[in-house]
Ligand binder design. Structure first.
Ligand SMILES: Nc1nc2c(ncn2[C@@H]2O[C@H](COP(=O)(O)OP(=O)(O)OP(=O)(O)O)[C@@H](O)[C@H]2O)c(=O)[nH]1
Ligand SMILES: [Mg+2]
Length: 211
């Protein structure tokens, strides 16, 4: 897949603001500061697209980017930032759970974890939700530039073995927003899930005379 156009559309704080069209959505999920915005920027080859910061908790809304005028990439607010008030955390939980429950156009969840750490407890909780809401997802081990190649291979293998219980998990891929490693494979996976979504929704809308 080649990314030709990317346009920021809306920052959603309330689910009533979600786009009303039915375009397939790719949702980028992960704890605060894991590198979601950096990954999005690298994937789209646009440096200043999503805001990156050394202060965790910068992304507070669901940021919608229209890609090639045919799908959305969504930068979710990160979870697990200790300094966030309990009330804000509860608000985040209900927003995200309702989003995954209601949003039928999600084609793929991209669960992002730190390649050095593997999935944390909060990450596995998140993946449990994705499975529960039947959202197809993949796992990306980012900041792969921060560990030696052989350690990265061991980490991938370990993660693959430990995650067999998730029915909706399809692939584990390494990535680096610094070197761009993994970009091609990630785009390929995104494309295949978008195509799958389009095929299933066109089946759904097929006139009965043709079906
Ligand atoms: N070495 C390295 N650093 C990275 C990589 N990805 C992100 N970073 C750094 O990690 C920090 C956090 O990156 P962000 O992309 O802002 O993380 P985020 O997940 O969007 O954070 P929130 O919006 O706060 O949830 C920044 O200092 C980035 O420069 C990577 O692949 N390699
Ligand atoms: Mg961010």
């Amino acid at each position: 897949m080649k990314i030709v156009t990317v346009d920021f559309v809306v920052g959603v704080a309330n689910l009533k603001q979600l786009p009303k069209d039915n375009l397939p959505e790719i949702v980028f999920i992960g704890r605060s500061n894991v590198g979601k915005s950096s990954l999005l920027n690298k994937l789209c080859n646009r440096k200043g697209l999503a805001r990156i910061s050394s202060t965790p908790g910068k992304t507070r809304e669901l940021n919608y980017y229209l890609v090639n005028k045919e799908m959305y990439f969504i930068d979710l607010p990160g979870y697990g930032y200790a300094k966030v008030a309990e009330q804000v955390k509860a608000g985040w939980t209900s927003l995200i759970e309702t989003f995954f429950h209601d949003r039928k156009q999600i084609a793929l969840g991209v669960q992002i974890v730190d390649a050095r750490l593997g999935p944390t407890e909060l990450d596995t909780t998140m993946m449990g939700w994705l499975d529960f809401y039947k959202v197809p997802f993949m796992l990306v081990l980012t900041k792969a530039d921060k560990i030696p190649f052989n350690k990265l291979q061991l980490q991938i293998k370990g993660v693959q073995e430990s995650l067999g219980k998730y029915k909706y998990l399809s692939a584990v891929l390494p990535f680096s927003a610094v070197t761009g490693d993994g970009r091609f494979d990630l785009l390929k996976t995104v494309e295949s899930f978008v195509n799958r979504k389009e095929i299933s929704s066109s089946k759904h809308y097929m006139p009965s005379a043709v079906a």
